[in-house]
Design a binder for this molecule. Structure first.
Ligand code: AMP
Length: 224
């Protein structure tokens, strides 16, 4: 099965995707992480994406759709996968539907995590990342640390250029205007659930777990 985790930057998609991934063995596909990896390696894609990302803009649809089409064809994804950060436009959602149908993925669910915008600005400006393993932390959690609690890298914390307040406001505006219409697209077509992302991380993940288990059961009933 597949899960599309949908929500504005900072709602906790990455955190929840990691929890689901370790619980169910589903692969976590974060298009933001894939792009950051390309930027780090200096690949042609990374060179194109770097400026776009640091300004908080979206990487063009044709590039993103190409990346996802290639990724979703990998055979191990048959065990399940979570999309985090894709689709971000209606064109991406339309292309994704086609790719999923071509690959015969029919058991999926869209989970929309909602959090108030001012809370997101607060969360994102306090966010720090490890430049080695890409883990995300709250600044208060790591203020006294010299090593990343996840990978052990020393002095690896930094603020992503797209987590500066001016850029965050821009990203949220793009989310409202360009990405939010994706919800309307799914309202007409597929299974979609909304959850409140203001609750503690474990409560949000419990809700997600219930939705996933229900989706898995439905599939069994359909197959029987
Ligand atoms: P994220 O880590 O998901 O917030 O993504 C970081 C940045 O990568 C975004 O602000 C965009 O510049 C770019 N990006 C990630 N996913 C997509 C996508 N599906 N479409 C366009 N740009 C994307």
């Amino acid at each position: 099965m597949y899960i599309i985790l949908f929500g504005a930057p900072g709602v906790g998609k990455g955190t929840q995707a990691k929890i689901i991934s370790s619980k169910y063995g589903f692969e976590h596909i974060s298009t933001g992480d894939m792009l950051r990896e390309s930027v780090k390696k200096g690949t042609p894609l990374g060179l194109k994406a770097r400026d776009i990302m640091s300004k908080g803009q979206l990487v063009p649809d044709d590039i993103m759709i190409g990346i996802i089409r290639e990724k979703l064809a990998e055979p191990q994804l048959k065990n399940g996968f979570i999309l985090d950060g894709f689709p971000r436009t209606v064109s991406q959602a339309e292309a994704l539907e086609k790719v999923l149908a071509d690959l015969h993925y029919d058991n999926g669910v869209i989970i929309v995590i909602q959090v108030d915008e001012e809370e997101l600005v607060k969360r994102l400006t306090n966010r720090r990342a490890c430049k080695v393993c890409n883990s995300i932390f709250n600044n208060n959690e790591i203020a006294e640390l010299t090593e990343c609690p996840n990978c052990g890298a020393k002095y690896s914390f930094f603020q992503r250029p797209d987590d500066e307040e001016k850029v965050i406001r821009k990203r949220l505006k793009i989310f409202r205007e360009t990405t939010l219409p994706v919800v309307d697209y799914y309202n007409n077509s597929t299974k979609i659930y909304g959850i409140d992302g203001l609750h503690p991380i474990n409560e949000v993940s419990e809700q997600i777990t219930k939705i996933i288990n229900k989706t898995k059961e439905n599939k069994k009933t359909v197959d029987a």
